[in-house]
Design a binder for this molecule. Structure first.
Ligand code: PEP
Length: 249
């Protein structure tokens, strides 16, 4: 981990019921979490209110997506204003499932980030390459192009946490090695230094996501440019998520 405050987010995705989420919240409330870590969970929209009213306030709430502009006549969408109203502090944008399953493109994601930031939400801005892109030697190109779309859209990087999530590692059990993750994190930081500013490069947290669990987090957390994690599957288990939060070094 680097010098910024360690940041661990749990992305619950489209999982859970009132009952299972009651249990998960109670497990999380019973886990001892290191003080010096920002901890955020992202429940499905439908359960945000339930989680907000029962989870210890030490853990902040994120949404998993938000609408690209002010709410209104956009059937089925959830606005940033509504997320703030219900107590969200963060939103995950550019997740690979939204890019590759739903088809959101770089520019749309950049606009979403800019709007959420303009309304005061923090943004967990995801980037990451597909397996075929990695195998074709295009990992940096893909990540930099996704970063550029954020950079072109946002007036400031305050409030942004970058999540590097190689798509081949998400939900596959195939975690990036600490060296593979560190290599991309360092390249992302260097890109920020050259294309945004040295200040933004040094203060922006770059977290890793993709099959992080209680067993592999400690080795990853030792790496200089890994400032935390975005966790999917393992965030659905309270004690294991606690282990990941407490892997801060
Ligand atoms: C994610 O979806 O952000 C993620 C990292 O998932 P998993 O931990 O399950 O690979």
């Amino acid at each position: 981990a680097g010098s910024g405050k360690f940041f661990v987010g749990g992305n619950w995705k489209c999982n859970g019921t009132k009952e299972s989420i009651t249990k998960l919240v109670s497990d999380l409330n019973n886990v001892k979490l290191e003080d010096d870590v920002d901890v955020v969970v992202a429940p499905p929209f439908l359960y945000i209110d339930q989680v907000k009213s029962s989870l210890a306030p030490r853990i902040e709430i994120s949404a998993q997506n938000s609408w690209v502009s002010k709410g209104g006549a956009f059937t089925g969408e959830i606005s940033v204003e509504q997320l703030k109203d219900i107590g969200c502090k963060w939103v995950i944008l550019g997740h690979s499932e939204r890019r590759h399953v739903i088809g959101e493109d770089d520019q749309f994601i950049g606009k979403k980030a800019a709007y959420a930031l303009s309304e005061g939400l923090g943004v967990i801005a995801c980037i990451g390459e597909l397996l075929e892109e990695r195998e074709a030697g295009k990992t940096f190109d893909v990540c930099f192009q996704q970063l550029k779309a954020y950079a072109d859209a946002v007036p400031s990087w305050d409030g942004i946490v970058i999540a590097y999530e190689p798509v081949w590692a998400i939900g596959t059990g195939k975690v990036a090695t600490p060296d593979q993750a560190q290599e991309v994190h360092a390249a992302v930081r260097d890109w920020l230094k050259k294309n945004v500013s040295p200040e933004v490069a040094s203060k922006t947290r770059i977290i890793y996501g993709g099959s992080v669990n209680g067993g592999n987090c400690a080795e990853l957390a030792k790496k200089e440019d890994i400032d935390g994690f975005l966790v999917g599957g393992a965030s659905l288990k309270g004690p294991e998520f606690g282990t990941i939060v407490n892997s801060v070094t």
